[in-house]
Design a protein around this ligand. Structure first.
Ligand code: PHE
Length: 444
């Protein structure tokens, strides 16, 4: 282990940090609306399968590389394949999380604004148009983006142990507790049963190639794959900690959390008699409207629920954004010999600037199109449809074909049969499936 390099205090701390990276807007914002857009339970079935057969092996590959080298993405490639072209993978995975962070922080900022609104006033009958009006303005979203990114940077500045580890240790258990309370509320609403059925009864006639590609893409995004965050966090694990246990724990928490988020949102959506396929605006447009509508009976309760809900989103988003930020910091500190403070400041300026463009692309810059897309959508699509899948492909190829089998075996641990299955998934199934997603993203 490099001298002076920080590490997580225990394997539980490492699991919480990785689960924190995985659990985020992808679970609370993206997953429910994707379930809604793709016909409910059938999407969840495909999602679970792809998480198990595809995402888990990719995640383990990434983690093996990080833990074997105790270095960030770039350093890991240099150590395992010195002087080769693999270093470009190292660089790619420094840049990609920064692009994701730029637009992620904009959505994090929206969540902060909604949390503030819930605290200050609560949502009323005009709630549905609040979102549209807010994002179309210039300053409000920009200020919120700045605030969210500053919070992220502040936590990362604290370091791996006293910043990242401590924040995750407190916030993740809190987050689960809050979401369980919210789920209880949603399920108690009259008419929520239809939402439960929607999540549990798959309609296989809705199965299609685009659904499968979307479910796989969502499981990549949700598990933070292919962008070096898992690799970097695994590099902070101690030698004796088990990757297998941490990896399975992370994937398990992430799945559980996505399901809980589904059971918070869909029952409420159905109870209010609203269509579940509202798309990306689902939690920002539809939910405040639902809170306002439900508030007619017990205003204090619906107010409390909206406060808890948006607070949970902010926390979940932060546990993910710090993991993206840390990838760049690890690179600048370890490979460019910068101080942690200098690295944090530089990355803050870079991601703030791109994020500002993403934010303004809903307002004053809404007419600006690059490759036919709004700047925000371009950053989102470029990363989740292409860069994440590409990064994931290279990681599994690296672990499955470039690294020594015995090394992978010893880093991964577990019994021989389980290793055999996982190694097969890493070497053959995952690369083929990723290429299939890549092609379908290009043509669908
Ligand atoms: N997994 C995070 C989420 O679900 C997003 C993320 C992507 C985090 C890539 C880190 C890296 O919101």
């Amino acid at each position: 282990m490099a001298a002076g390099r920080e590490h997580f205090g225990s394997s539980t701390a490492a699991t919480l940090a990785m689960a924190g990276s995985a659990i985020g807007l992808g679970n609370i914002w993206r997953f429910p609306y994707m379930v809604g857009e793709h016909g409910g339970a059938v999407f969840i079935v495909v999602y679970l399968l792809s998480a198990l057969l595809l995402s888990l092996p990719i995640m383990l590959s990434e983690a093996v590389i990080g833990k074997a080298t105790h270095a960030g993405t770039f350093g890991a490639m240099e150590r395992l394949a010195p002087g080769s072209r693999w270093k470009w993978l190292g660089l790619l995975t420094v840049v990609t999380p920064m692009i994701i962070l730029s637009y992620y922080s904009v959505v994090g900022g929206w969540s902060l604004r909604f949390f503030g609104e819930a605290m200050a006033r609560g949502f009323d009958a005009g709630a549905e148009s609040f979102f549209g009006r807010f994002i179309a303005s210039a300053w409000g979203p920009l200020v919120c983006h700045t605030l969210f990114l500053a919070l992220t940077a502040g936590i990362v500045l604290g370091g791996v142990k006293s910043g990242i580890e401590r924040f995750n240790k407190i916030s993740l258990p809190l987050l689960f507790a809050l979401m369980l309370v919210l789920m209880g509320y949603s399920l108690s609403l009259p008419g929520s049963r239809a939402g439960v059925a929607y999540l549990l009864r798959p309609d296989f006639s809705k199965l299609s190639p685009s659904l499968v590609a979307a479910a796989m893409g969502q499981s990549f995004f949700s598990l933070s794959l292919g962008v070096g965050t898992i690799l970097t966090y695994a590099s902070y694990m101690k030698k004796e900690d088990s990757i297998l246990r941490t990896g399975i724990g992370t994937a398990g928490f992430d799945l559980l959390f996505a399901l809980i988020a589904g059971f918070v949102i869909m029952p409420a959506v159905f109870a209010a008699g609203i269509q579940p396929d509202a798309g990306p605006g689902l939690i920002f447009e539809t939910l405040p409207f639902i809170f306002a509508k439900m508030g007619a009976g017990a205003a204090w309760l619906s107010r409390a629920v909206s406060i808890l809900f948006f607070f949970s989103i902010v926390i979940a988003a932060l546990t993910s954004s710090i993991s993206m930020f840390e990838v760049g910091v690890a690179y600048l500190v370890e490979e460019r010999k910068m101080s942690r403070t200098g690295a944090v400041l530089l990355l803050f300026v870079l991601t703030w600037s791109l994020g500002a463009l993403c934010s303004l692309s809903f307002g004053p810059l809404s007419g600006t199109r690059i490759l036919g897309e709004r700047i925000f959508d371009l950053c989102d699509r470029m990363t989740s449809d292409y860069l994440m899948t590409f990064g994931s492909l290279l990681f599994v190829l690296f672990a499955g074909w470039k690294m020594d089998r015995a090394r992978v075996r010893s880093e991964l641990g577990g019994d021989g049969r389980l290793f055999g299955v996982l190694y097969f998934l890493i070497r053959y199934v995952a690369p083929l499936a990723i290429v299939a997603i890549f092609i379908s993203n290009l043509i669908l």
